[in-house]
Design a protein. Sequence first.
Length: 205
Amino acid sequence: MKPLPLNTTSLRLCAWSGPALVVLFFVGLVAIAGFIPPPAPSDSAQLIASWYQEHTTAIRLGVLVMVTGTAFNATFGSAIAVWTRRGEAMPVLTYTQLICLGFVVVDAFFTGMVWGLAAFRPDEVAADTTRVLNDFGWFLFLFTWPPFTVWLIAIGLGIIFDKSGAPAFPRWVAYYNFRPLNPKGPRLKKIIKPAGTIRNATQKL
């Protein structure tokens, strides 16, 4: 069966959902909810509870905007996966992208939900409960980095392995995706060399 042509309209919409994701997420997190700068780990339970009580409406609205933006991570990441899939004979990196993307979306969504729960009745629960929910939300927020990093690496490797003759992304995008592993860059060749070895091995299969 002849493969169907790519639906460029849907791909463009999904690609433009990336800027929407960034704007909504950070507007909700920073401008509306005011979670940046974050509270100090040494802040007392009463201080955390008072902050939620004084900014209840802003936090509720902020996390609503934030989780709305989080949903666009799925569309944006899927558009990237479609393009990198074109250069893969065996789509293992594409599947890795989608699995890690799912973890990132769920984690980011529950981050907002936990903070929203802390702001639901902050004046009717114990201060310690509010602080635990606040801390739990920050743990979820900070520990998105393992699946997020693997997602970036899978994108980068997919770009490097692309031998379709018409790669969708330039190679510098791949190298930029490897920055979480080594921001200074001198050990980047240690990533690229094994990547080439894996590619050569798969070509022999």
